[in-house]
Write a protein that binds this ligand. Sequence first.
Ligand code: FDA
Length: 512
Amino acid sequence: FGSSSTHNNHDFLECLTVQLQSSNSATDAIYSPSNATYASLLLTQNLRPGSTTPNKPLLIFTPFYDHEIRAAIHCSKKLGLQIRVRSGGHDYEGLSSTSRNNPFVVVDLRNLRTVTISADEKTAWVQVGATLGQLYHTLAQKSRTLAFTAGVCPTVGVGGHFSGGGYGMMSRKHAIAADNVVDAKVMNADGKIFDRRSMGEDLFWAIRGGGGTSFGIVLAFKVNLVTVPETVTVFNVTRTSEQNATQLVHRWQYIADKVDENLLLRLFLRSVTSPVTGNRTVIASFTTLYLGGVHDLLPLMKQQFPELGLVEKDCTEMSWIESILFFAGLQNQPLDILLNRTTPSTVFFKGKSDYVTEPIPVDGLQGIWRFLHEEAENRAELQFSPYGGVLSSFSESETPFPHRSGNIFMIHYGVMWDSQGNQEAEKHVSWMRRLYGYMAAYVSKSPRAAYFNYRDLDLGINNSGNTSYEQASVWGLKYFKNNFKRLVRVKTKVDPTNFFRNEQSVPSLYSS
Ligand code: FDA
């Protein structure tokens, strides 16, 4: 930290302390770099080094109450500092904890994490600092058949996940998390709090897929819960190249978005060394949730995907909450493990996404395998997440999340590595960029669509000051298609001075 940062740091601390003391709030939730807790609070899910090493926050603040968040906004504005809001800290580019631009403070909402369920109304108010695991755990305490449709990783935070989309194993039946939001509480740059009625439908539309980060600080979401059967069925069937994986993956593309919507067959692809040949082989894992019992699932699979050769012993019946543990790789663990909110990562990671509207031909798939073999075993992974089902029944403009009818599946690309240093990072990131280049022929075009929750700064980046509509469109149209224009209009209305901004926030036309 340079001397001006030290200056800012001190001024912010003083301002916030005065504000908190005037409302009789404790001041021990403010962590500066000299505090031992600061380093552990800074650890996030994704370590992302690179040639442009991002800045760390001047301070991390973990408020308990709304008025404390308001105080942080007040001081940030007064001192010209940026705020980065963090709920679960899983941003793919670390934008909730780091910045490439101006001095900033982190407001970490981990202490706002109450989940209030109304079983009669089948709704829940969920504060943004709750994790998905905590939400699922609270639901399981209430009932075996009350559930929610959102992502697979239990440590993901509600604030970023719901506001940016939220795809999970029930999305073909119950859509994404954002589609099930029915109310919200949002604080604006003046510290005022709005609910759905007082914020108006434009802002309420924007925070259901357009990301909260550009528009204000979301404090809580009210969601419609979903009903699941007492018994669901899961399986994870794997096939290597020698076991016909390529043909199966090819065939999967013709059924994945069309099968019964109670069935979600997700596909994970990695490269491993074959124990039989000693050569590298692709391993395809068909990881599946069926909302029903095995005796309904088997005839369905026989009819819709007989090539997989699924048999009863591949399948396990369980409750929905047990399936949450299964897909998180936590099977047979006590339910309370879902309450662990952090598993700070020790590996470095880069992710990207694509949408597929036409099946990829066999030779196209074989080209992907060649890329996977270039990386170390198990370190690179592609996920193919099927769409269709109820996701197709929404129009592209119903929420900012535009990936609806016409998409067969979404691709998630991920690569991990262990060693520090720019050289190592460059090696893996450039591998991914080459793969992404290769994939251009096989994925959506004009725009080449991407999923906002798999944030990717390669798609484009804002200026450190103001950014024009044209410049931001480069990445904005990819995430939001034609909804980007409306997001810019909403932003211009609710945050004209562009107080809430980051490297990929929606620009305000007044400030450009
Ligand atoms: P974080 O706190 O980092 O926030 C992400 C962004 O939202 C930041 O820009 C932040 O400023 C902003 N933000 C956060 N809280 C806010 C608030 N209250 N108000 C306003 N802005 C706020 N996705 C998916 O759809 N399905 C899945 O299964 C998974 N699985 C998964 C696993 C793992 C290991 C990771 C790292 C990520 C995923 N994701 C995912 C992606 C995930 O949905 C995405 O990273 C979310 O934005 C994470 O939300 P957090 O609150 O945890 O992140």
